[in-house]
Design a protein around this ligand. Structure first.
Ligand code: SF4
Length: 201
């Protein structure tokens, strides 16, 4: 399995499908992790910091907030990065949002172009636990009729895996501003802490 994953990861690194289709994305494609990972985080798309400086997922300001949540569940950042898989719905930086708030949301076509890589990562890593981060990732697994408020703060079993959704940790997200939503995040963190103990993650 490890060799198959390595081959897929090289294909992902070489991928330029969105540029070839005319989308204004900026690589390199960002993801990290090995076939031994028992948990997978699936975000929306990397930001400018990830593609231009760090080349690792969730290493900008939104990532810092995500790792604060994960630390509250008991995982130290470096250990989490070493042990678990981190990827996203699309793996290249989509560019800024024309509204000036945050990054552009990848189009449905871009999501489709990148989906083969997510399918392959899920099949080859076969994680027990998946954390979709943000509504785009949540809808990828639960269906487009679901909203974050229907999902965050609960654990679900889908296709043999446990899912615990989190909101997008970007400071541009209005979702985080409401106290009721922050209460759901605290519930989600408590569920992750419980899973960490229960599954010895
Ligand atoms: S976002 Fe995905 S499909 Fe598009 S170029 Fe990057 S790796 Fe390829």
């Amino acid at each position: 399995m490890t060799d198959e994953l390595s081959i897929i990861q090289q294909h992902i690194r070489d991928c330029r499908r969105c540029q070839q289709a005319g989308y204004p994305v900026q690589g390199p494609p960002i993801f990290s992790g090995t076939a031994a990972s028992r948990l997978m985080v699936v975000g929306q798309a990397p930001g400018i910091v990830e593609v231009s400086k760090t080349h690792r997922p969730f290493s900008g300001s939104a990532g810092a907030r995500l790792f604060r949540w994960l630390a509250q569940a008991g995982w130290e950042e470096q250990e989490f990065r070493r042990r678990f898989y981190m990827t996203s719905i699309t793996r290249c930086f989509p560019g800024p949002n024309p509204s000036g708030r945050g990054d552009r949301v990848p189009t449905r076509k871009e999501q489709q172009l990148c989906n083969e890589w997510l399918e392959a990562e899920l099949a080859l890593v076969d994680p027990e636990v998946v954390i979709p981060v943000g509504s785009l990732a949540a809808r990828r697994f639960f269906g487009k009729g679901y909203r974050l408020v229907d999902l965050v703060g609960q654990r679900f079993r889908l296709h043999g895996r446990i899912f615990v959704a989190l909101p997008h940790p970007s400071g541009a997200s209005g979702w985080l501003q409401q106290e009721e939503n922050r209460r759901l995040i605290r519930k989600a963190i408590a569920i992750l802490a419980q899973l960490r103990e229960e599954l010895r993650l």
